[in-house]
Design a binder for this molecule. Sequence first.
Ligand SMILES: Cc1cc2nc3c(=O)[nH]c(=O)nc-3n(C[C@H](O)[C@H](O)[C@H](O)COP(=O)(O)OP(=O)(O)OC[C@H]3O[C@@H](n4cnc5c(N)ncnc54)[C@H](O)[C@@H]3O)c2cc1C
Length: 419
Amino acid sequence: MEKHIVIVGGGFAGLNLIKTIGDDERFRITLVDRNNYHFFPPLIYQVATAFIEPSNISYPFRKLFSKYSNVSLYMASLERVVPEENRIITDQGTLHYDELVLALGTETNFFGIENVRKNALPMKTIDEALYIRNHILQNLETASRNAQTESVQSLINIVIAGGGPTGVELAGMIAEMAGYIAEKDYPDIAFGHTNLYLVDALPSLLSNMSDTAKKTAYDNLKRLGVNIKLNVSVKDYVEENVILSDGTKIPTKTLIWSSGVVGRTIEGIPETSLGKGHRIIVDSYNLVEGFKNIYALGDICITTTDPEFPKGHPQLAQVAIQQAKLLGKNIKKRFRNEPLKEFRYDDKGSMAIISKYNAVVDLPKFSFNGLLAWLTWLFIHIIPLTSFRNKYRLAAEWFRLFITNNASIRMIMKPRKEN
Ligand SMILES: Cc1cc2nc3c(=O)[nH]c(=O)nc-3n(C[C@H](O)[C@H](O)[C@H](O)COP(=O)(O)OP(=O)(O)OC[C@H]3O[C@@H](n4cnc5c(N)ncnc54)[C@H](O)[C@@H]3O)c2cc1C
């Protein structure tokens, strides 16, 4: 009898699990995802800044699975798990499973600041990135129309909350695009030198990276004109003013929130199975604490069983990929009654791009920056893209953009309003 494995979430974790067991006819696999495509979050900030098209970093699941006869997509959003009946409830219907894998990733953490939750712009999905792109372009058009008549500060100021890799990469790109494009496209707007703010509550940018990376990021963003505010946090966002903990008030219609994430809430998974950051506690085989046939993978889970990472693994693509591949191998081993292997994260390092020709790379034994780091970053971000089509198209597009400094997709395209 084939086993029905239901995987919820087709991100790095879900997709790599399918790649590992998708060829095995002993399993019937159903992927549940609220989208019909897989996408690559590390490059989402380039979609938000109108640098690349969403299709460069996304790919339809059905096309990806066309080579597997035992894998199907069920496009729906998970609402609840009913473990005692081995079924899940989605917004589109109910599915029964023999084994369930939760790989839903995280959601934005607004730290309980209600006005920020309501009005700030998160950047975790393609939809959110497209919204930011439209929002920034729309504000520039409004500012251009009103340049002579009223203060346009709140339209052209942008505040980015969170100085991790996402905030740093986004700030670098917006600062460069302002110079290359915005000032030319909108000559009637008087851009100042303090329109872009990067705010972090910690004393440095890229707090999880090396000192070299921190300093390089700080110096380069300063050079690009980014107003960096460290040791301060966003306290509130009232009437289009960002209020900082040091009392500073920044007028802006654009607060981009890249400050943190929490595990997605899943009804049916008890509080006792949740750990730090609302992440689901798993053992060294990614089995959810308290269950025999429910696994969790990637950003949504936490384990303290890896001696090198006693506080849990960082929420990175490599962790999700490595966990998924091992779980796939262990599932196959279990069917052959072979001993299972425990998960140990092989840390390959981290990196962030700062500006054109400059990035920072921290490898386990040494760090480097500058042009070589930038080329390494480009290479490392092309390789894991799904499909040859995306790799080739993105490489060609980057090449053209780096030569011309002129992205030409800055159109405001909004989906038709639903009635
Ligand atoms: C802007 C940004 C930049 C990043 N940059 C880097 C980087 O440079 N390097 C790096 O290593 N990591 C980076 N990360 C982190 C990395 O993307 C995550 O660690 C990785 O995506 C985790 O994989 P995952 O499979 O656990 O979750 P995800 O990739 O988040 O996938 C979750 C999947 O679940 C689906 N889903 C969510 N909720 C539901 C639901 N209710 N029902 C059905 N489906 C659902 C989603 O559609 C998605 O397909 C970045 C993340 C972001 C947001």
